[in-house]
Ligand binder design. Sequence first.
Ligand code: PGA
Length: 240
Amino acid sequence: MKLILCKTYEEMSMAAADEISALVASNPCCTLGLATGSTPIGMYRQLINRYKKGEIDFSGVTTFNLDEYYPISRENDQSYYHFMHQNLFDYVNVPKENIHIPNGEVSDPETECQEYENLLTANGQIDLQVLGIGQNGHIGFNEPDSSLWALTHITDLTESTIQANSRFFEKEEDVPKRALTMGMVTILKSKKILLLANGKNKHEAISALLDDRITTSVPATLLKTHPDVVLICDGEAYYG
Ligand code: PGA
């Protein structure tokens, strides 16, 4: 695992945007795996600025998002569909038809997950998957458990994730209790993985990522089996 240790959130966001810019410049028709949450917002801001300055062109890029709450309307301002449009897609030129986000509105979530996985397979490998990390070490919505799901699936959120995410909702009861998420193998199939983490509250999860063990009780530790992971984090996440 390669480590890029940054002094500030801004620096971290810049380093992450650099990775994406370099990939899109060298492979304009690449596939990006994208993440939501507070962590990548600065990276998306950087990318929007670079796009406005004509430094990056997303016209050939395809995107697949990691996850989405279930059930949730795409119009709900807490949906990841809404998040991605508000924080990136409304401001850059990724073609609409190239954008893929699991659909939290469907009545049959199992079929949606199967179709999402099929679409990913048909598209070919994700060139670069961006990840945040939960305080509990989750990746996407692969929550700590005695076993983990390999492929895209519907899952229950843990109490700690519901609580962590309640900061975005008016009331904790409003946080959806389930989600659609790529599985660990879906994620590990990506050519390259970029994991972003900032803040003291991520230190425990980052420490587990950097020690020698692999455990499904900290799903991020499975990333140790991947040959090309770049961890970009700040001092608080790294040193505590
Ligand atoms: P955060 O979430 O970026 O809002 O901290 C990360 C995650 O839960 O994966």
